[in-house]
Write a protein that binds this ligand. Structure first.
Ligand code: ZN
Length: 249
């Protein structure tokens, strides 16, 4: 198994039709990806797309023969409406977790709406993947504080701090044992430090496919290969950890 823990669904805007399920699965196959997490994209910056994109992702994943794991999004600023939509996604659509993007959604991880959604996620065994690496709302330390407030919920740093906040991501994961990190976007020297210093059993790998084309997958696979990890650590990051976190059969 090679599990891509960071991919975005794009509704009809990308050449090649990335919203076409067979196109999606054949791209993964060409790049050696067997399974992955599929998250919204348009809905992160346009609340009007939330319900439609959640529906589309759930429908596509349901037809993917178990290869695509659906994550929904809601805007925590919408309070009760956000909680209701998250419940609908979990209970009616079969979504397995929640994606939050504090920067694009214009919300603070310290807000009441995020706390309420985090509690519901924990009760449902659904992880929360948080975009991170961009101030002022999306810092790894802010995600660590959120994770400490909700010890029964698993949180994932979507980018392990990107280019500038990866040191903070390592410290954040040490500070909260329910905080995981997706190796998606830091440069090679940063990736080396992260795999050496963070808990290897809480690391995932991801490409950000959908936000960009298939090149993103190839590029980030090559970066990962350049780390030269032994077989056991590769297996942990590509298969064992996502299987445990996302409760794959
Ligand atoms: Zn992303």
């Amino acid at each position: 198994m090679i599990f891509d823990a960071h991919a975005h669904w794009i509704s009809g805007t990308q050449p090649g039709g990335v919203d076409n399920l067979e196109y999606w699965l054949s791209t993964w196959e060409l790049q050696g990806i067997t399974h992955g997490l599929v998250m919204p994209l348009q809905a992160l910056y346009d609340d009007a797309c939330i319900r439609r994109e959640n529906d589309e992702i759930a429908a596509a994943c349901a037809r993917s023969r178990g290869r695509m794991i659906p994550f929904c999004t809601v805007n925590p600023a919408q309070g009760e409406q956000a909680l209701a939509e998250f419940s609908r996604c979990l209970n009616e659509l079969g979504c397995r977790g929640l994606k939050l993007h504090p920067w694009l959604q214009g919300i603070s991880l310290a807000s009441r709406g995020v706390d309420e959604l985090s509690e519901l996620a924990g009760e449902s065994g659904a992880p929360v993947l948080v975009h991170d690496g961009t101030p002022c709302f999306s810092l790894p330390s802010q995600a660590a504080l959120l994770a400490r407030r909700h010890p029964k919920t698993n949180f994932i740093l979507g980018h392990c701090g990107l280019f500038e906040h990866w040191r903070e991501a390592i410290d954040a994961m040490r500070h909260a044992e329910n905080l995981w990190g997706c190796l998606c976007a830091p440069h090679l020297a940063a990736l080396r430090e992260i795999v050496a210093r963070a808990d290897i059993d809480r690391l995932l790998w991801g490409s950000d496919y959908g936000f960009g084309g298939a090149d993103h997958i190839a590029y980030r696979r090559e970066l990962f290969d350049a780390l030269d990890l032994d077989a056991d650590r590769r297996e942990a990051i590509f298969a064992r950890n996502p299987s445990r976190l996302f409760r794959l059969a």
